[in-house]
Design a protein around this ligand. Structure first.
Ligand SMILES: O=C(O)C(=O)C[C@H](O)[C@H](O)COP(=O)(O)O
Length: 214
């Protein structure tokens, strides 16, 4: 698959998702009810991070039992992790930053990949390899909407998924930027709700996040 085709795949995936919940599983028993709670609130494209040891198992479980969801892998840090998420059945990959190793390995993968960038140099390195779609991370720290406006000048063909510090108060402003295709974040998964298994609260927070972008 060409890089252009993967960019088109990412466009379709991100515009369908609008908000990409970033999920770190700390207890295997949370996997299905958490995914169901988010889906009930309208969030059906999920990024499962490999921050915890349950990440790969969660991707496998969701692909097997929730085929209607779109399940990607986050925190993919190197080629070895990339191979594992492919094998687990992930439908897309995301990383917080980018390395040449990962950018090259992901070009050979069938999976669409959103490399993380935080500045113009990061974008230029990946741009030279054909990448046009990025995770801006950590978005708020990188300058948020002001940074997105500034990056739109030199990179008119680039679109972003800002992640890191996005919340109900700023999400609409992010989504209003012409170079934003979707946003990512964990704000709708409140730790207290997760710990107590308050799934309706998570459904409500997911729906509220979507409502915030209209
Ligand atoms: O784990 C990764 O691979 C990351 O890149 C980090 C996450 O995307 C952010 O931690 C989400 O940001 P918050 O919504 O502010 O929690």
């Amino acid at each position: 698959m060409t890089q252009e085709q993967k960019n088109a795949q990412l466009d379709a995936l991100c515009s369908r998702a609008r908000i990409l919940p970033v999920i770190t599983i700390t207890d295997e028993r949370h996997i299905l009810p958490l995914a169901d709670a988010l889906a009930a609130g309208g969030l059906t494209t999920l990024e499962i991070t490999l921050r915890s040891s349950h990440g790969l198992a969660a991707i496998r479980l969701l692909r097997k039992h929730r085929p209607e969801l779109c399940v990607g892998a986050g925190t993919v840090l190197d080629g070895r992790m990339l191979a594992r998420v492919e094998e687990a059945g992930a439908q897309f990959m995301v990383s917080p930053g980018s390395t040449e190793e990962l950018l090259l390995a992901a070009r050979d993968s069938v999976l669409p990949y959103l490399p993380g960038v935080s500045n113009a140099s990061d974008i230029m390195r990946a741009h030279a390899l054909g990448y046009r779609r990025f995770k801006l991370f950590p978005a708020q720290v990188c300058g948020g909407v002001v940074a997105l406006k500034a990056l739109g000048g030199p990179f008119p063909d680039v679109r972003f998924c800002p992640t890191g510090g996005v919340n109900d108060d700023n999400v609409a402003n992010y989504m209003a930027q012409p170079n934003v295709m979707c946003v990512g974040g964990s704000w709708m998964i409140e730790p207290a709700a997760l710990a107590s298994g308050d799934w309706p609260a998570i459904t409500w927070a997911a729906a509220r996040a979507l409502e915030a972008i209209g």
